[in-house]
Design a protein around this ligand. Structure first.
Ligand code: ADP
Ligand code: MG
Length: 263
């Protein structure tokens, strides 16, 4: 049995909603815009799956359904054998931009996910992961006192400390400068090689997808479908611009996404 099972997943958004008069619910008036139509995918435990697709095709929508943030869909989404209905699953961590609590220090933010453990354990775990993302010395800083890259690192430490079985990352490098992007990308790959969490990572960057993934999934235009699903059995570090096997795949994916001269 796969760790994540998606069967016949269908999701539409309503163009116009109106509160029904007869009950407390809402009804859809106007057209339903289908975003996901009959998506079938299975992800194995420990896999780092990178997901690509044109803007607006439904990548974030799919991640939200898997995370349990939106119960309004048809079909089946199962994580670790259990159907997802709501965001109650403690083993899923959704990595978010600005996910830090502004009124808490780095240390307190990192400890938040393990607040039910005893004080000493919490402090030890937080110190370990703060060190791992190279934020030692910034434990008492508040998020606004950190650069964007440091905030993203602190968020990464927050994700690691809860040791989630599933880490969901939606465009985690957006808004970062080039070097920070490279560094955090490397950190995520290293962390995955060490901890082997299942990671679903959406990106619009084809090179990120090919450099990081154990597997790459390319989605098509809305209503989206799976256009390509390929294992990436290449050692790290990788260079998709020159490496045999990856280079051809890179060209293929660029073409698939409508770019004929990839740089
Ligand atoms: P992606 O992450 O691939 O760029 P999204 O999943 O965010 O795309 O959105 C897919 C489509 O669904 C888009 O056309 C978007 O406008 C629409 N959409 C997303 N969220 C909502 C919503 N809450 N209500 C209505 N339409 C939405
Ligand atoms: Mg998105």
């Amino acid at each position: 049995m796969a760790f994540i099972e998606i069967e016949k997943l269908h999701k539409g958004y309503c163009e116009r909603r109106r509160r029904a008069r007869t009950d407390d619910g809402e009804s859809c008036f106007g057209q339903e815009i289908t975003v996901l139509d009959d998506i079938n995918l299975q992800f194995e435990q420990g896999e780092l799956v990178t997901i690509l697709g044109p803007s607006g095709c439904g990548k974030s929508t799919m991640l939200r359904l898997i995370a349990g943030f939106d119960p309004d869909f048809s079909g089946l989404v199962k994580v670790a054998g259990k159907p997802v209905h709501g965001p109650s699953n403690e083993s899923i961590f959704v990595f978010q931009h600005n996910g830090l609590m502004p009124w808490l220090t780095v240390q307190e933010n990192v400890e938040l996910g393990i607040r039910f453990q005893d004080k000493l354990e919490r402090a030890e775990a937080a110190a370990l992961f703060i060190g791992m993302v190279e934020l030692d010395g910034f434990e008492e800083h508040y998020p606004h006192q950190l650069s964007i890259g440091m905030q993203r690192r602190a968020e990464l430490a927050r994700a690691l400390v809860v040791s989630p079985e599933l880490l969901i990352m939606d465009e985690p490098f957006s808004g970062l400068d080039f070097l920070t992007h490279m560094k955090i990308r490397e950190e995520v790959v290293n962390m995955h090689q060490f901890f082997h969490q299942t990671i679903l990572l959406v990106t619009h960057n084809i090179d990120d997808a090919l450099i990081m993934g154990d597997r790459v999934v390319v989605l098509g235009d809305r209503p989206t479908s799976v256009k390509l699903d390929r294992r990436l059995d290449f050692d790290h570090p990788r260079d998709p611009k020159t490496q045999a096997g990856l280079q051809e795949l890179r060209d293929e994916i660029f073409l698939m996404l409508g770019v004929s001269y990839a740089v």
